[in-house]
Structures are given as C-alpha cells and as structure tokens.
Design a protein around this ligand. Structure first.
Ligand SMILES: Nc1ncnc2c1ncn2[C@@H]1O[C@H](COP(=O)(O)OP(=O)(O)OP(=O)(O)O)[C@@H](O)[C@H]1O
Ligand SMILES: [Mg+2]
Length: 418
C-alpha cells in the first residue's frame, strides 16, 4: 500500500486530505510542521510520498527547506507541493529541488491522485532500476571472478604445457647417459671382490642413480609421455600393491596403518601403474607427515575406501601428522611445490596425482588442520560396462571392517581426529 506523509499547518486541510486519501486506499500519516515531518522519517523508512505546503509562517522551516533536507538525507522519497502561492518563482524553485509535482491550492483532487500516481511510478521505477543494477553488478562480479579464474588456469596450463614439452625432451636426453652410468657401475661391481670396500661407494652411486631414474619417471608422467592405456581394475588391489612397497618401512618407523577396504567394491576404469603412483605418493606424503611429528603421539595412517554413491568410489588417506600450514594449502598441487629437502621431495607428487586423477575423470582433494593431520580424498567414477556395474567379490587380501560403519567423506576415526 502506498504510504503518504501529509504536511500542512492547517488542521482542517490535513483532516480533509487524509480522509480523501484513505478513502482511496492510501496509508496516511500527518505532520503540522516540516520539523515534525522530518522526525517521522528515518533511513529505514521505505520510500514514501510527501505532500507538503510551502509556507509555514509559525514554523522554523518552510516547505522548500523540508524538500532540501529530505532530498539530501532520504533521496528515495518523492515530494508533491500543494501551495496557494503558485508563483513562477516558486514553481522554478520546486523544479530545481526536484519536486515531483506542484499543485496550486485549492487543490483539484483528481489532479492530486494523478500526481500521487506519477510519484509512485517514479518510486517503483527507481526500485526496479536499483534491483537491476544490483543484480547486474553481481553478475559482472561473478563473470569477472570467473574470467580471472580461467585466466589463472590458462596461465597454469600454458606453463605446464611448456614445462611438459621441455621435460619430455630433457627426460629423453637424461635417460641415456643414466643407463650408461648404471650399466658401467654394474660392470665395476662385478669386477670387484665381495669384500672390496669400494663396493659400498658403488651401492651409494646406484642409490643416487635410482633416485634420478625415479625423478625422470615422474617428469615423464608429468609431461604425459608415459603409457596411458586404461583397463577395468580394482581399487583395493591397487592400494594393497602400493602399501606392499611400504610394509617394512612403516614398521621400522613405528607407523600404525589401518586399512578399511571393504570387499565387493565396484571396479573402476584406470591404469594400474598410474593409480599405484597416486597412492604411493599419498602414502609417502602421509608417512613424511607423521615422521615429522616432534611430539610423542602414536603415528597413524588410515586408508579407507567406500562406494560413495551410485557412480563413485571414494578413497581417503588420512594421517595424524604435522598437517599443512593454512597459507600453503592453496599451493600443494602446484608443480615443484615442496616443503621437503631437495633430497626428499621434488614437489611433483601431488601435481602428477592430480593429472592422473583428472585423466580418469575423478577428483582429488584434501582437508588439513595444522598440528593435527591431513586427509586426502580421491573420488573415481565407477566403471559401467554394458550399462551394468561390474562387481568383484574378492580382491582384497585383507578382509576388513565388515561390521564397522563406513566413514563418510572427510570424517576421521577417533584416533585420527583432525
Ligand atoms: N599428508 C600431508 N601432510 C602434510 N603435508 C603434506 C601432505 N601431503 C602433501 N603435503 C605438502 O605438500 C607438498 C607437496 O606434496 P607433493 O607430494 O606434491 O611433493 P613432495 O612430497 O614434496 O615431493 P615428491 O615429488 O617427492 O612427492 C609437500 O612438500 C608437503 O609440504
Ligand atoms: Mg610427495
């Protein structure tokens, strides 16, 4: 309902207009001085129409002053002037102050209704324009953010592609001399007797060569030159394979490992070597994180798999290690980002993992609380063959947690609360 504030120093006029306007379904409030009228307004008041006289001989403010103050402080209200002094000078001043209408007294009531209608239209139009502008600003902001995101992705993609090409050729160049070094080192080893003390140097040399080979392999995967054929495969087996590489090491470091890998998980379409590479890196990272603990708490890694929904299997690798500092969390998937010593980390593990998981149309993500631990999750689409999901009953060497409820995503077991 349109609200009107009537301002006039003559009670009889106020009364007459009020009755007339209320009969025409307007909500009316009145004030007999401009000052009182101002006291009825505040910033929260929805736009209203103020109908005012100009001359208030007994008051400290006239109608023009009221208009000036209203326009300055509450610019959304509309003002109609009704005055017995309809001189040219007054009309010009009313226009200058942006009054909506000027009606001479005695007022023709139909004219008043027309003026109210016009003022109300102005208020409505202003509201529509305001909402439109707001939504336009919102849309522009959204689009700008999206463009910025896409630009960042493009820059990253261009960097990666340049780096990929470079690393592919560097890998090729490095591999050959490395093979030579390894071959000759083998030959020397064979020529040396078992008790020759030089053998220990050769072993060190071989270890460094193996490290280089691993690095080259990482770079090759990074540049996507490696084998990318996919086949139906079991997530459980892939995790078990990855874990088997760590068996002794985890024991030596007194790291407790809990596996929650239920039987009968659906197969996924993947590449064994590559998925193993993902899990090896995630386990390596978890191992390094718990090994970096300086307190006495038990080191713990939990590996959990579950069918998340009709289309997805979810794997989480959660550790109660040092966690990732909040200001570094956005960078962990960046190529060559590492907080480890040069000997220990190349900073390619997670960026390679993401490339592999992207290729499999999956997702990799993490939550981490510094000082409490980190949980990486990998989601992979379930393989659909001829419209039917292939189930495999028994692939896990360890039958685990049959009666234990599966953890939903990002929920951590009591011993591993993040
Ligand atoms: N589970 C984790 N807990 C704490 N920090 C982690 C964890 N996983 C990853 N990070 C952080 O993310 C960084 C990047 O990990 P990423 O696996 O890509 O490289 P890296 O482990 O340093 O080297 P590498 O190439 O040998 O894997 C790590 O250096 C570490 O700071
Ligand atoms: Mg790593």
């Amino acid at each position: 309902m349109v609200k009107i504030l009537l301002v006039d120093d003559q009670q009889s006029i106020l009364q007459a207009y009020k009755e007339f306007l209320e009969e025409n379904n307007f909500l009316v409030i009145t004030a007999d001085t401009p000052r009182k009228a101002l006291s009825l307004l505040d910033k929260e008041t929805l736009p209203i129409i103020i109908i005012t006289d100009i001359k208030f001989p007994a008051a400290d403010m006239d109608g023009f002053e009221l208009i000036r103050k209203v326009k300055k402080e509450y610019p959304l209200h509309e003002i109609i002037i009704i005055s017995g002094h309809a001189t040219m000078e007054f009309v010009i001043e009313a226009i200058r102050l942006d009054a909506s209408d000027f009606i001479p007294k005695p007022c023709e009531m139909n004219l008043l209704l027309l003026a109210i209608n016009r003022a109300d239209n102005k208020i409505q139009m202003r509201q529509i324009i305001k909402e439109y502008t707001e939504s336009l600003e919102h849309n522009v902001q959204e689009r700008t953010d999206e463009i910025k995101r896409m630009e960042a992705q493009l820059i990253q993609a261009a960097k990666l592609s340049a780096m990929g090409e470079l690393s592919a050729s560097v890998c090729h160049e490095l591999r050959q001399p490395l093979c030579g070094i390894m071959g000759f080192s083998d030959l020397i080893g064979k020529k040396l007797s078992e008790d020759n003390s030089t053998k220990s140097y050769l072993e060190k040399l071989n270890k460094q060569c193996e490290r280089m080979e691993e690095l080259i392999e990482n770079l090759r995967t990074f540049s996507r030159q490696a084998d990318t054929s996919f086949e139906p495969m079991s997530i459980g087996e892939s995790i078990e394979d990855a874990l088997s590489l760590f068996d002794q090491q985890l024991k030596n470091h007194h790291i407790k490992i809990t596996k929650e890998i239920p039987q009968g998980l659906p197969l996924i379409l993947g590449n064994k070597t590559k998925l193993q590479q993902v899990f090896v890196n995630l386990i390596c990272n978890a191992r390094d994180a718990v090994n970096s603990l300086t307190n006495q708490k038990e080191k713990h890694i939990l590996i959990h798999c579950q069918k998340k929904d009709q289309d997805t299997v979810l794997i989480s690798i959660t550790d109660n290690g040092v966690g990732i500092k909040r200001n570094l969390q956005a960078r962990v998937f960046d190529s060559f980002f590492s907080t480890k010593s040069v000997k220990k980390g190349t900073g390619l593990g997670l960026s390679i993992a993401r490339t592999i998981i992207d290729d499999l149309k999956g997702q990799i993500d993490f939550v981490s609380t510094p000082g409490e631990g980190t949980s990486f999750t990998v989601e992979l689409p379930i393989l659909e063959l001829l419209g039917q999901k292939i189930q495999r009953a028994d692939f896990s060497s360890e039958k685990v947690v049959a009666e234990k409820p599966l953890l939903p995503r990002r929920e951590i077991t009591p011993g591993l609360s993040l």
